[in-house]
Design a protein around this ligand. Structure first.
Ligand code: DQA
Length: 150
């Protein structure tokens, strides 16, 4: 019998809908739609199913994380600024016991000190930052491997 295709949920947090025009010197000119297309192309190559979502609202992201239980096999998340502030998001990610891969476009460790701490990292198997949109490709590769192992 054919094995069910692993399903990966890609979540994007606050302000990432503005990519393309938001601080291009930091985040480049790639739009969120471009990143979504990149995720779809990468998922196809990896043989996994992907769902890409974005919200500016912490509670919405938490609801999507809860809903991933029993459906997704791994989560890739760029939580935007919630990365550095949200214990609730960290608890949600920890609570669903799915493998989590954290991703950031910018290298958060080369930026302001308040970006050096990540609550998401405490719930993640690993983190990727500083590679721009290609970070999503790397994160999906890691998540696909974790999803297959799970
Ligand atoms: C970000 C880094 C965060 O510090 C920032 O608040 C973002 C984007 C990144 O992808 O580099 O919104 O997550």
């Amino acid at each position: 019998m054919a094995k069910r295709q692993p399903h990966i949920l890609v979540l994007n947090g606050p302000n990432l809908n503005l990519l393309g025009t938001r601080e291009p010197a930091v985040y480049g000119t790639t739009t969120l739609a471009d990143i979504e297309a990149l995720c779809r192309a990468t998922a196809k190559t990896l043989g996994v199913a992907v769902e890409v979502r974005q919200s500016n609202h912490e509670g919405q992201l938490i609801d999507w994380i809860h809903a991933a239980r029993g459906k997704a096999h791994a989560i890739v998340i760029n939580a935007g600024a919630l990365t550095h502030t949200s214990v609730a998001l960290m608890d949600a990610l920890t609570g669903v016991t799915l493998p989590v891969v954290e991703v950031h476009l910018s290298n958060i460790f080369k930026r302001e000190s308040f970006r050096h701490h990540s609550y998401v990292a405490l719930a993640a198997r690993g983190s990727i930052c500083g590679f721009g949109p290609h970070g999503y490709v790397l994160a999906l590769e890691a998540a696909a491997r974790l999803a297959t192992e799970a």
